[in-house]
Design a protein around this ligand. Structure first.
Ligand SMILES: C[S@@+](CC[C@H](N)C(=O)[O-])C[C@H]1O[C@@H](n2cnc3c(N)ncnc32)[C@H](O)[C@@H]1O
Length: 412
């Protein structure tokens, strides 16, 4: 067994950490709510000119080098103080990793290597947890299962498995794979948000959800609180995929928080690029630099010094010469005919803006993980209120997936 030095969050530490994060996020909300991509000047730059000048002078490569670890940047105050606070408040342990019986080699075929490693780490964490509920589970439920790779891994060799998923193709192929490895596996076509998910939840001893988005995981947490399921293992994802405009806290502590999170705020934890390939990063940079250049252009054309949202564009758009791209986008946005101009200079300005934006975003980046942990803690506290023993920590390294926080809840 091995794990990180920091303890997992459980018991009273859940509430203590939640309150500390809540105070931190609330106090600095004016800082992390401002978006360098859409605002050419940020209000906090007036209060902290030295920090602003320092960040704006750095290159795109400088920003890229520390993008995933903004707390390590030696920027002028108050950056360093906030970075230290963010690092302390988000310090959580890694679940102990236990060696499990080797699964059949072919079980991993057709699964991306990184996904398979996430599944192994998730399963290992679940089995290494303090309680007995997972090790003794005979009825597993995989929530938003995709093809059910995680559930199958956990139920192997002889437990029962039910997978809930609303994509019929994934149901079909998942069922075919399960047939090879498990005697009792059922892949059920089901919208988990509907009443049809209630009966499977009542029958399960252990419910697992790996990267269920927004409402799909908060609905699960509420249902598990109300149903008989004995244990839940949840690694959430895409917090901003919600129907409601504002986050609806689940716990009592969350409900009295003064922090009002919009759907847009809920996107902040997802803004780190960790697992993208070099090609994806290049395309992303080009798209952002061109959009920032277009932003300069559209402000001029409209005579309005305000951001104008642009739609997502297919990769083919970026094969066009920059000037043509700008003209076509102007047509799409019903703007005035674009007069001839120095396109090279405009494009260069876009790249320069991108370097500034990325560096200014490092400050926002300090609050990514605190916000994510706040959300998980709200859900953890809710389950604690419902009588569960809850543990919260990381189940794998961030390089494997940035969504590496795992909440384990077991009934006492
Ligand atoms: C990010 S994927 C995760 C899949 C799987 N757990 C994994 O880690 O590979 C989310 C899954 O949720 C499914 N899904 C989305 N909305 C759903 C709903 N309302 N009911 C059931 N499944 C849903 C999607 O089809 C997708 O397979």
């Amino acid at each position: 067994m091995f794990g990180s030095d920091a303890p997992l969050l459980s018991g009273d530490a859940l509430r203590e950490r939640f309150l500390a994060l809540d105070a931190f996020l609330f106090a600095q909300q004016k800082i992390w709510r401002e978006k360098p991509f859409i605002q050419q000047h940020l209000l906090w730059e007036l209060d902290f000119p030295e920090l602003s000048t320092w960040l704006r002078a750095r290159s795109l490569a400088d920003a890229e080098a520390c993008h995933t670890q903004p707390t390590t940047v030696a920027a002028p105050q108050p950056y360093r103080a906030w970075a230290q606070q963010a690092a302390q408040l988000t310090h959580v342990g890694r679940f102990a990793s236990v060696a499990l019986n080797e699964r059949p080699v072919r079980m991993s075929s057709g699964i991306a290597e990184r996904k398979w490693q996430q599944i192994e780490a998730f399963a290992s964490a679940v089995h290494g947890s303090a309680g007995q509920a997972f090790t003794q589970a005979q009825n597993w439920l995989d929530w938003c299962a995709g093809k059910g790779h995680l559930g199958r891994y956990l139920a192997w060799p002889d437990a029962n498995l039910e997978c809930l998923e609303f994509n019929p193709d994934l149901i079909g192929s998942g069922q075919a794979i399960s047939h090879k490895y498990l005697a009792h596996a059922q892949h059920t076509l089901c919208d988990v948000m509907s009443a049809a998910s209630t009966a499977p939840l009542q029958q399960a001893n252990a419910v697992v959800a790996l990267h269920a988005c927004g409402d799909l995981h908060t609905h699960l947490v509420r249902q598990v609180g109300a149903q008989q399921a004995i244990a839940l293992a949840l690694a959430p994802c895409c917090y901003n995929r919600t129907q409601a405009e504002f986050y609806q806290p689940l716990s009592k502590q969350g409900q009295i928080s003064k922090l009002q999170l919009t759907r847009d705020d809920l996107g902040l934890p997802l803004t780190a690029t960790v697992t993208a390939t070099a090609r994806e990063r290049r395309l992303r940079d080009q798209s952002m630099a061109w959009r920032l250049a277009f932003d300069i252009l559209q402000r001029e054309l409209r005579g309005i010094d305000d951001y104008l949202p642009t739609p997502s564009l297919s990769a083919a758009w970026f094969n066009k010469p920059f000037a043509q791209w700008c003209r076509d986008l102007a047509v799409l946005k019903n703007l005035a005919v674009v007069p001839e101009r120095n396109w090279q200079m405009l494009e260069a300005q876009g790249w320069q803006r991108l370097a500034q934006v990325r560096n200014l975003e490092l400050l926002r980046g300090l609050f990514r993980r605190p916000l994510e942990l706040w959300l998980l803690l709200d859900q953890a506290l809710f389950l604690q209120e419902q009588g569960f023993n809850v543990e919260l920590g990381e189940f794998c390294a961030i390089e494997l997936t940035p969504r590496n926080l795992l909440l384990l809840a077991q009934r006492s």
